[in-house]
Design a protein around this ligand. Structure first.
Ligand SMILES: [Zn+2]
Length: 447
């Protein structure tokens, strides 16, 4: 049974609401690239899917990078001269410059201001800022909040630690018939930001949950990792596994109301590029396909030239192109139940395509077989052949051991699932068989 059929037992509104609710559970946690926030996040995910959590010590060399000190925070505030908390971490974790070193001091407003970050163009929003690799402290607040600060002495307190510890990531492995792997990767390092981070975590978690109930051709590896340093750390420790990755997707920013965007892998013509583009063309409205560029999310690491893995990035609105990006406006109202459910279905359809994409061989290649004799043609003549019969003719003609079902779907303009159904039926009727190379690679192994 295909993934879509499994998901179809549930309505979009039911599924979307459950996904949004899960996003709301993750939203308040103060995550960063290390620390207890990411551990708490992984613990929530672990309630739904099998997850192996790894801890990599501070100072570990990972290619050109070093695993940083671990950051944790309990509280932070700025108190005005009357003792009132005017900036309060307890209200929103975005108020602290992520990775701030600890501080507790009384400072005049003029000394405080260089440590304050605002967004003058959106004076009611709080920006999200980080300082992972430079030791610094700071607060983020709305521009209007800052304008209201009067001269005087302010008490600043950041009750944080930045010391030797670990980098934490989670890995969900689902074994299939083949040891060849499909990688699904998402970042888990942003604090209260809904689309950038939590939407990807949510869709990946629900997809893993769905796939865990399936008989799978490929093995699947879901990574829940801190952005950049997490992907680099994982790749540094898993060279051999990386060689088994046949297809991969980075999921990010897929809960907002924008149209889908798929950024191709560095290879540009990998099967995942073909599959994602096909699914978006046939199963979603106004999607856009973007060429690879060495900037963005963790596809940058997977597609670094030494690895050059076939990993693309699936998003809705593209990071950095919408004003809510990296601000307090990327909140739970910015992502929607319907879009989360639709994103899950699109991912599941891409998985269906990859699972079922094979090359076949026509066992009756000299002229067309007489379809009617095999019960594969309409019984009475008419003006046009139906879509199903058309799909059968395409599959028969191009099943030469060279063209995959996805190639045939692309060339014919027929949706993949219709082509696949035609191939299944023709196989049942003895007119088609899986090309021997594909059988050995995908279906014959470990059975
Ligand atoms: Zn981000």
């Amino acid at each position: 049974m295909g993934v879509m059929q499994g998901l179809e037992r549930r309505s979009d509104s039911e599924l979307g609401q459950e996904m949004h609710q899960f996003a709301a559970e993750l939203y308040p946690i103060c995550r960063s690239i290390t620390g207890n926030g990411i551990r708490q996040t992984l613990a929530r995910i672990q309630e739904r899917i099998p997850l192996q959590v790894s801890e990599v010590p501070t100072g570990t060399q990972v290619f050109d990078w070093t695993v940083p000190k671990e950051w944790n925070i309990r509280d932070a505030y700025v108190k005005d001269p009357s003792g009132k908390r005017v900036v309060d971490f307890q209200e929103s974790n975005l108020h602290v410059l992520n990775y701030s070193t600890p501080v507790h001091a009384i400072v005049p407003l003029s000394d405080l201001k260089p440590h304050l970050f605002t967004l003058p163009e959106h004076p009611d929003w709080v920006p999200y800022r980080t300082s992972y690799y430079k030791e610094d402290w700071g607060f983020c607040l709305s521009h209007n909040q800052m304008l209201a600060l009067e001269d005087g002495d302010y008490e600043v307190c950041i009750d944080s630690t930045r010391e030797a510890g670990h980098l934490t990531y989670g890995e969900c492995y689902l074994g299939g018939r083949s040891s060849d792997e499909i990688l699904i990767s998402c970042h888990a390092c942003h604090p209260s930001l809904a689309n950038d981070n939590i939407s990807g975590l949510t869709v990946a978690t629900f997809l893993a949950q769905e796939l865990s109930e399936r008989d799978l051709r490929y093995s699947y590896r879901f990574l829940f990792i801190p952005g950049t340093i997490g992907a680099i750390t994982w790749l540094a420790g898993n060279h051999e596994i990386a060689e088994r990755i046949r297809h991969g997707l980075v999921l990010t920013g897929i809960g907002d109301a924008g149209a889908f965007h798929y950024k191709k892998s560095r290879r540009g013509n990998a099967e995942i590029d073909q599959a994602a583009a096909h699914v978006l063309r046939h199963y979603s409205k106004s999607a856009e396909i973007l060429e690879f560029s060495p900037y963005g999310y963790d596809e940058r690491q997977y597609c670094s030239p030494g690895f050059n893995l076939p990993v693309g990035c699936l998003m809705r609105s593209v990071w950095g192109t919408f004003p809510e990006y990296h601000t307090s406006a990327d909140n739970l109202d910015f992502i929607h139940a319907a879009q989360l459910a639709e994103s899950l279905r699109v991912c599941a359809t891409v998985v269906d395509v990859l699972e079922d994409n094979r090359r076949y061989r026509n066992l009756s290649p000299f002229c067309e077989p007489q379809l009617g004799k095999h019960g594969l043609y309409r019984s009475t003549g008419g003006d046009s052949i139906g879509a199903e019969i058309n799909a059968r003719l395409w599959v028969l003609n191009f099943s030469d051991g060279e063209h995959s079902l996805l190639d045939i779907a692309e060339r014919s303009g027929i949706p993949f699932l219709l082509i696949r159904d035609a191939a299944n039926l023709l196989s049942e009727k003895g007119l088609l068989c899986v090309a021997s190379e594909d059988y050995a690679e995908c279906d014959g192994r470990a059975q």
